[in-house]
Design a protein around this ligand. Structure first.
Ligand code: CP
Ligand code: NVA
Length: 301
């Protein structure tokens, strides 16, 4: 049987995604009750990070320890990958020793090539194109707090970036409506919109996009690798800050999410991210539980 990878949300079927979210909630309860569950004893997750990370690194490392296994942190500064060893060779060697490999990198094509040469499952810990692990946590959080997201309205405010692309994928898979409000020139890639059928509406006015929203989501204006565009982006995105006034256009019980790290006073006001509708801490914690469900799905027969 060919190896299952998780490079993008659509590597799962909708049914698999939904059952993974429910399993994440179960695993969270088991962990909170102090139940020892070690299905990955003696198994190793290698984690290749070509970009910075707090949540992704700590959640995968902690999850592997809780499952009885081990995680290796590999940075390009200390590995031969960083000195130009070909991706194909690195993938063959790492997968001959580790049971699973998580990769956070720049070009999506790089992780696809890595997966092609890996004999074990490869997990996308974020590329310039998508961030599917974050969507597992976000969708788990919504399910915990509000139930099924099918038929609901989600509003994405800001950059049409990797997170936005993963929200577009989730919209079709979980059957919700996604309103995207972004400034001209920062739209998500057309291929994602085309694949989402009628689940996505692109708008310029954030207030209009927030109307009847059940969930409002934003992300940084300059993603990792775009630091030199910061000033230009700040100017373009200024009208797209998620403020309380903007959230007031959404439904009264709307939730606010942000994958973090956040910049208060830029993409979101302090009042919103630290306010009552914000669920960012639960969302961050759920990275752990959702990824444990993913690891179990990929590695436990
Ligand atoms: N949200 C997220 O992926 O956070 P890190 O960059 O800290 O891993
Ligand atoms: N869009 C952000 C997400 C960080 C978790 C980035 O790529 O930097």
């Amino acid at each position: 049987m060919s190896v299952r990878h998780f490079l993008t949300l659509t590597d799962l079927s909708s049914e698999e995604l939904v059952s993974m979210l429910h399993r994440a909630i179960e695993l969270k309860q088991m962990q909170k009750q102090g139940e020892i569950y070690e299905p990955l004893k003696n198994r190793v997750l290698a984690m290749v990070f070509e970009k910075s990370s707090t949540r992704t690194r700590v959640s995968f490392e902690t999850g592997m320890v809780q499952f009885g296994g081990h995680a290796l942190f590999l940075s390009p500064r200390d590995t031969q990958l960083g000195r130009g060893e070909p991706i194909e060779d690195s993938a063959r060697v790492l997968s001959s020793m580790a049971d699973c490999i998580m990769v956070r990198t720049f070009e999506h094509e790089k992780i696809e090539r890595f997966a092609e040469y890996s004999s074990v499952p490869v997990i996308n810990g974020l590329t310039d194109e998508v961030h599917p692990c974050q969507l597992l946590a976000d969708m788990q959080t919504y399910l915990e707090l509000r139930g099924d997201i099918a038929g609901k309205t989600v509003t994405w405010v800001g950059d049409g970036n990797n997170m936005c692309h993963s929200y577009i994928r989730a919209a079709k898979m979980l059957d919700f409506q996604l309103n995207i409000a972004c400034p001209e020139g920062y739209d998500p890639e057309q291929k994602f919109i085309d694949a989402a059928d009628n689940h996505v509406s692109l708008m310029r006015d954030p207030a209009q996009a927030c109307k009847q929203a059940d969930l409002v989501v934003t992300d940084v204006w300059a993603s990792m690798g775009q630091e030199q565009e910061q000033a230009k982006r700040e100017a373009a995105f200024k009208p797209y800050q998620v403020t309380q006034e903007l959230i007031n256009h959404a439904n009264d019980d709307a939730l606010f999410m942000h994958c973090l790290p956040a910049h208060r006073g830029e993409e979101v006001s302090a009042e919103v991210i630290d306010g009552e509708q914000s669920v960012v801490w639960q969302e961050a914690e759920n990275r752990l539980h959702a990824q444990k469900a993913l690891l179990e799905f990929l590695l436990v027969e």
